[in-house]
Write a protein that binds this ligand. Structure first.
Ligand code: SF4
Length: 94
């Protein structure tokens, strides 16, 4: 449904006939880490995410999984693998 409040005229999954259903009745501005993401749109002086209403929470525990401007996320996951488990996994393939 089209937003009639913060991102007026833009499609939003949280908009209802009774107004914005997101926590607090509005989405939150994008954070610094969102800079360069194709999903960020400018509204007035601020940027908002077209996919998620609270961008800060998408970065709280790592890279936002919707981000379009971050390098291959599989590389990041690879680094986080436990080396002992990776070694056992590789040995199992032999
Ligand atoms: S998709 Fe993620 S990185 Fe992109 S604007 Fe939204 S919250 Fe920020």
């Amino acid at each position: 449904m089209l937003c009639t409040t913060t991102r007026e005229g833009m499609e939003c999954a949280f908009m209802t006939e009774n107004g914005c259903s997101y926590n607090g009745g509005t989405c939150h501005p994008a954070v610094e880490a969102c800079e360069g993401c194709a999903r960020a749109v400018q509204v007035g002086d601020l940027f908002y995410c077209t996919t998620y209403p609270d961008p800060a929470s998408k970065w709280r525990y790592g890279i936002c999984n919707f981000a379009t401007h971050v390098k291959d996320q599989s590389e990041v996951k690879e680094v986080k693998l436990n080396p002992i488990k990776a070694s056992k996994r590789a040995a199992g393939r032999r």
